[in-house]
Design a binder for this molecule. Structure first.
Ligand SMILES: Cc1cc2nc3c(=O)[nH]c(=O)nc-3n(C[C@H](O)[C@H](O)[C@H](O)COP(=O)(O)O)c2cc1C
Length: 152
């Protein structure tokens, strides 16, 4: 059976989108269909009929905030109280340890919200630290390949 994956992206300067593109390229080689969506375009009701897993790729801004474009979706989802019991999801968060008190809070906030709404997390989230010199897209594809892909 063909596998599908929704990749929901929250980004400020495009790094998270680049990560999503690289994961999409890997998925193509494995015959997985992907659907990349920036969270700016999402509303809670879009989650009601989702039956493919969701990979959340979110960076962090301000003082541990989700990126500006994803704030409406985050806040609306938080106040919606809808059940996400039918959803499987994984999280790749982008952050920078220079902001040690709010490291990767963007991805962590989405993770906590999805858990609160009873979605089913697959694998452990990966939080990329931009200060350690590694490339987020490389780390992301390795993590996805080793830890997530088999669980889709
Ligand atoms: C103004 C600004 C504020 C940031 N605040 C945080 C933060 O609070 N915590 C964190 O872990 N990273 C923080 N970051 C780091 C970004 O999340 C990180 O560089 C990320 O890779 C950017 O991804 P993007 O291009 O997809 O937005 C901040 C970066 C900038 C420029």
């Amino acid at each position: 059976m063909t596998k599908n994956l929704n990749i929901y992206v929250a980004t400020m300067t495009g790094t998270a989108l680049m990560v999503a593109d690289e994961i999409e390229d890997f998925c193509k080689t494995e015959g997985i269909n992907t659907n990349i969506v920036e969270m700016d375009a999402l509303e809670p009701k879009n989650l009601e009929n989702i039956n493919a897993p969701i990979l959340i790729v979110s960076s962090t801004y301000g003082q541990g905030d989700v990126p500006d474009g994803s704030k409406n979706f985050y806040n609306n989802l938080k106040s919606s109280n809808i059940s996400l019991e039918h959803i499987k999801y994984a999280v790749f968060g982008l952050g920078d340890m220079t902001y040690k008190d709010t490291f990767a809070y963007g991805g962590k906030k989405f993770d906590h919200l999805f858990l609160e709404l009873k979605a089913n997390r697959i694998g452990e989230p990966f939080y990329h630290d931009a200060s350690d010199g590694s490339l987020p897209e490389e780390e992301a594809v390795n993590w996805f390949k080793e830890k997530i892909f088999e669980l889709l």
